[in-house]
Design a protein around this ligand. Sequence first.
Ligand code: ZN
Ligand code: ZN
Length: 359
Amino acid sequence: MRAAVFVGSEQLAIENIKPADPGPQDVVVEIQASGVCHSDLSLARGYVPLPPGFVLGHEGTGKVVEVGKEVSRVRKGDRVIASFIPACGNCWYCQHDQSNHCDLESETAFSPRGTREDGSPYFAMTGLGTFAEAMTCNQHSLVKVETDVPAEQLSLIGCGVTTGVGAALNTAEVLPGSTVAVLGCGGVGTAVIQGARIAGASRIIAVDGQPLKREQAKKFGATDVVDPAQGDPVQQVKDLTQGRGADYSFEVVGLPETMITAYNMARKGGTVCIVGMARADATVTFPAFQLFFEEKRILGSKYGTAHVRRDFQRFVDLIETGRLDVSHMVSRKIKLDQVNEAFRAMEAGEVIRSVIMPG
Ligand SMILES: [Zn+2]
Ligand SMILES: [Zn+2]
């Protein structure tokens, strides 16, 4: 089976790998589509330390082709979206309405999945490894959906859509009539914009240095755009919000500098939502007096605070009724061996999402 494997450098290698026989809790999924997310590139660049031998890809959809003996969640033939954090339903977090912190996460992320051509074991990013023709994963990493939405759109629910729309609806709980600033308008930022639009925000300000992304942001619901090259972006956002700053600001870049910018863009008493994935060794410094004085709420948002068993079908339904536009988030459909080109296009700001169609 062909897969794109992290071998210690930014360029992924297309290898023939041999999956192990599925365990009792495992499911084999034929991958129909897999989005190329910025987190894949971040891992390839070593932002989060990872040994070589990981199949990357964590945003995918496909069809169940084989199930282990104890699998009860899905059946052969089911259409599924992969959840990059499993939701076991039984651990403390799952039982306290926070399945995006499920205890199974680290266990599934570091289990060997089979052997590479040289005989060494391979692992799979977040226990998935969707940059492949098929994957073997734990049953709790899969959510069955009922829909005819095309695979390339469904795949984005696995990460970008859920992370972004979820940040607006679940984490920040954007209120109707409110003002929202979004820093970084790639795949996830675009989804935050759409989440804010669905929530009924009156003003959605898209902040991005790339002209193409600002243009696209408008199509997804941004009412205003800010180009940081045209002067202090914080002041530009304040100018658009009666001098106060936004009710909600979202950082969707993953850099300490933009986290501070997002903090400064929120009004007093407003909400700052950190969605971007920073380097594991990065730190950010907030002004101590203002933390108290301006009373802003700083919220981390992991996987859009999603309950995947509830939210995946919910997002599918929003796509089906035309309220959530994922079709225009899919910029390119590509083959597995074009994954490195997809990284380049992402960096160049040419695409919102490239989606690998391995079949
Ligand atoms: Zn992702
Ligand atoms: Zn759990």
